[in-house]
Design a protein around this ligand. Structure first.
Ligand code: 13P
Length: 256
């Protein structure tokens, strides 16, 4: 399957910085072997969308609201994102869960609404440091996956389930410079895949991309991308500069 290399800009870059970065990426990505995605803030989606229109860079949003329309001040619907040319949307990022109190039910509603609007949700899951230290990290992530996928399956929608991307982002690795070791990421990704196989069956489970996020940088990208269960990366800080994101996009493959 084609890997997904995604940049989550979070609340970073001003308009000029965003334009400069996109212009450079456009040139360097013309022969990219993978799907390359950038997720600017809502307010720059239109401008960035125009800039990448004739390129093979894809546009993603960092969040959305699950309702179709109405009195939800400050929120953005799936259809509004589609209107801006958005193809992917990050759902349930740990910063949304922790800072903005999004729980599994809210995340499920966002994933479901995204699928209904032909957006590809990037569902973020991951454990915090205490959960890792207490050795309950596999269970934590399994529960997060099960909550969402059992409901989608319940609605007889396993075909849509196959389009979802899962981003395993251990919270202790986000913005800390500490990344999961390739063997730990392998174990988690394998566990996620097995959980998916139980819920949606092998065909759909095997078509779901499971990507890794958490302090991905030019130094660790080659090791991470050579782990067999890692189908791409979700990059925060290192996606903000052309040099580092470009090196990540051009990771070196050593595995046959
Ligand atoms: P960093 O790459 O800055 O650790 O952020 C990861 C992340 O949260 C991507 O969504």
């Amino acid at each position: 399957m084609k890997a997904l290399i995604a940049g989550n800009w979070k609340m970073n870059l001003n308009l000029n910085e965003a334009i400069e970065l996109v212009e450079k990426l456009k040139n360097s990505c013309s022969n990219a072997r993978d799907d390359i995605l950038i997720c600017p803030s809502f307010v720059y989606l239109q401008k960035v969308g125009e800039l990448i229109k004739d390129s093979n860079i894809l546009l993603g949003a960092q969040n959305m609201y699950f309702e179709k329309k109405g009195a939800f001040t400050g929120e953005v619907s799936a259809q509004m994102l589609v209107d801006m040319g958005v193809k992917y949307v990050i759902c349930g990022h740990s910063e949304r869960r922790n800072i903005f109190n999004e729980n599994d039910e809210i995340v499920y509603k966002k994933v479901f609404s995204a699928l209904q609007n032909d957006l590809i949700p990037i569902l973020c899951v991951g454990e915090n440091l205490t959960e890792r230290e207490n050795n309950v990290y596999l269970e934590k992530v399994r529960n997060q996956i099960e909550y969402i996928f059992k409901k989608i399956n319940f609605e007889n929608n396993s075909e849509s389930a196959g389009r979802i991307v899962i981003a395993y982002e251990p919270i202790w690795a986000i913005g800390t410079g500490k990344n999961a070791l390739p063997k730990d990421a392998f174990l988690m990704h394998k566990t996620i895949r097995a959980t998916l196989q139980e819920i949606v069956g092998s065909v759909f489970a095997n078509s779901i991309r499971i990507i890794y996020g958490g302090s991905v940088n030019p130094e660790n990208i080659d090791d991470l991308m050579n782990v067999s269960q890692i189908d791409g990366v979700l990059v925060g800080g290192a996606s903000l500069s052309f040099e580092s994101f470009n090196r990540i996009i051009n990771y070196k493959v050593t595995q046959c």
